[in-house]
Write a protein that binds this ligand. Structure first.
Ligand SMILES: Nc1ncnc2c1ncn2[C@@H]1O[C@H](COP(=O)(O)OP(=O)(O)OP(=O)(O)O)[C@@H](O)[C@H]1O
Length: 248
């Protein structure tokens, strides 16, 4: 028998109702360890709302979200972050007037609290972790550059790096390649494949080429529910998916 413990994340019968409108409606899906899961579906399908529910930004009306056996629906946003769930929103929230190094440094868990920030010293451990993450996000040669001078794609990578430095076990990214060049998309796919050692990633995406490059499995949402799930080849060939999404 399969138990919850076999999955990193178990979303079951999750529902959220906004004035009677169910943006997420009896949604269930399961994410394995070291998996890249992509959520696709038409505009308004409930993709962003599903991530908002997992990270605690929006409260569920009913249902359950278990992460490593912990029930997330009962937890506050900061507790969910602490439990190991990182979330990147569509627009980068980096500090423009700080350098790449400083952006990564202030995201290092030790510097999170006000007290921690005041007493925080740039020690060897932090510096080597910053350098390691910078390498991973293709910004090793830009550490002293102010974030405002980075390209759009580099800003997106920096924000992913600011989450990675906290070492989340689950990372959720909302349209990470929107506005990126083709070569930046290819590098982002490479980045995602690199970072799933010891963690899983959930990505919302509309770019089917990118989905094909990264997805282990794809979950297709429509009207707040799963209408198809499986490999990219499986969902692409599913007539229900073609009808509501891919055929448009
Ligand atoms: N706080 C809210 N109050 C009322 N309705 C909401 C709220 N948040 C989302 N909705 C509605 O829920 C539905 C799902 O929205 P959501 O943003 O999750 O869709 P999506 O699949 O992410 O779409 P897109 O691809 O356009 O980003 C939409 O009809 C949206 O208007």
């Amino acid at each position: 028998m399969t138990t919850d413990n076999d999955f990193l994340l178990s979303v079951e019968a999750l529902t959220v109702s906004f004035d009677g409108f169910k943006a997420v409606d009896d949604l269930s899906f399961y994410v394995d360890e070291n998996e890249i899961r992509v959520i696709i579906g038409p505009n308004g399908a409930g993709k962003t709302t599903a991530l908002d529910l997992i990270c605690g930004k929006t409260r569920a009306t009913s249902g359950s979200i278990r992460f490593r056996g912990k029930e997330l629906t009962a937890m506050k946003e900061h507790q969910i972050v602490h439990a190991g769930v990182g979330r990147k929103f569509q627009n980068p929230s980096i500090y423009d007037d700080l350098t790449v190094f400083e952006n990564l440094e202030i995201s290092y868990p030790k510097g999170r609290s006000v007290f921690g920030a005041l007493t925080f010293k740039r020690d060897g451990v932090v510096t080597s972790r910053v350098e390691e993450v910078a390498e991973m996000i293709f910004l090793a040669d830009h550490l002293e550059e102010r974030a405002e001078f980075l390209s759009h794609g580099q800003k997106q990578w920096l924000e992913i790096g600011m989450l990675l430095i906290q070492d989340p076990e689950l990372l959720m990214l909302d349209e990470p390649v929107a506005g990126m060049s083709v070569s930046e998309r290819v590098k982002t796919a490479e980045l995602l494949h690199r970072i799933i050692v010891g963690r899983s990633v959930i990505v919302i995406e509309h770019d089917m080429k990118f989905v094909e490059d990264i997805a282990h499995r794809v979950t297709v949402l429509h009207q707040g529910r799963v209408i198809s799930e499986g490999t990219m080849a499986h969902v692409q060939a599913d007539p229900k998916v073609v009808e509501v999404y891919l055929g448009h």
